[in-house]
Write a protein that binds this ligand. Structure first.
Ligand SMILES: [Zn+2]
Length: 305
């Protein structure tokens, strides 16, 4: 699954998950990592292509801010940009926190043209690819072995940020931008269940985390729910995630996982905060193109008619 660490485990979930994530399934690294197509073979484009599509927003008056960067062994710096059309936003879009979950970042990049139109009517913050280092290497976490957007240090559960990216990304969303109360958040993940051979999730499809006061009944959450329900990846109604969370009608409500989503729900009163998951049985199972197409539909549902 999902996000940074997962509660309600007595053991820190991210420590449990760190071991399998160190194996990137033999994905070869390329020189000029920024412009190279990652060697995963699932059809994901170069980091530069993701950013290039988003850069088209600049012609519509959007701003690009560099939140942080991740440095490779060869000294190459991989930027982590944010795109925004206002310093006061009512929508937040997040992708690419976990490197084995590329569909969200790709869908967000492909949605940039539509965002240029939607941005005429409301303030939008786009964080398309928060972990480019993990994306190009097919690794869940960043170079430090920690979730790049872990927010526990701001939720009273850790003394210090988990890593430099977590410090920069959380500071950016809380301090550099005004995310308004009631802002709707969509964080596009996938659940590479194949990371844990001992785990079995009953059924194939998707599930959701929804947070915020009354968030499940919010029209935005309802639209996303119905969109996934009607998609190629219908909601898995019952089961338990790898992180011990029980699905109720395909949803986990108000989880405490130390993610940036929990941070935005608690510290900025965002509502609904929606985290989507598509269960993956392998790197290219189901095919990436189908997952991206589904997430493009989810983006339409998130913004509504
Ligand atoms: Zn994830």
């Amino acid at each position: 699954m999902g996000r940074g660490g997962r509660r309600p485990f007595p053991v820190r979930p991210r420590e449990v998950a760190a071991a399998p994530s160190a194996d990137n399934h033999g994905v070869a690294l390329r020189p000029d990592e920024y412009h190279a197509v990652p060697g995963v073979g699932d059809g994901r484009p170069a980091i530069a292509d993701i950013h290039g599509s988003c850069d088209a927003l600049l012609a519509s008056g959007w701003r690009r801010d560099e939140i942080a960067s991740q440095v490779t062994e060869t000294g190459e710096s991989l930027p982590i940009p944010a795109y925004l059309n206002s310093t006061s936003v009512d929508r937040v879009l997040i992708g690419g926190i976990h490197g084995r979950e590329p569909a969200g970042a790709i869908a967000l990049a492909r949605y940039a043209g539509r965002l240029a139109e939607l941005g005429r009517g409301e303030g939008i913050l786009l964080l398309p690819l928060l972990n480019p280092w993990g994306y190009s290497r097919h690794l869940r976490y960043g170079p430090s072995g920690q979730s790049v957007s872990d927010s526990d240090h701001l939720l009273g559960r850790a003394e210090a940020p988990a890593c430099s990216e977590a410090a920069a990304i959380t500071s950016f969303v809380l301090d550099a931008v005004r995310v308004n109360p009631g802002a709707a958040v969509l964080d596009l993940h996938e659940d590479p269940v194949y990371e844990d051979p001992s785990y079995h999730l009953e059924g194939h499809g998707s599930y959701l985390y929804v947070s915020g006061d009354g968030a499940l009944d919010h029209p935005v959450a309802q639209r996303v729910y119905r969109c996934l329900e009607a998609s190629s990846f219908p909601l898995i109604k019952q089961g338990v995630t790898r992180f011990g969370e029980r699905l109720v009608e395909g949803v986990i409500v108000d989880t405490e996982d130390g993610s940036i989503d929990e941070l935005l729900a608690r510290k900025r009163a965002c509502c609904p905060v929606i985290t989507t998951e598509i269960a993956l049985q392998g790197e290219a199972t189901p095919p990436l193109a189908e997952r991206v197409a589904t997430y493009l539909g989810v983006l339409d549902a998130f913004f509504g008619p």
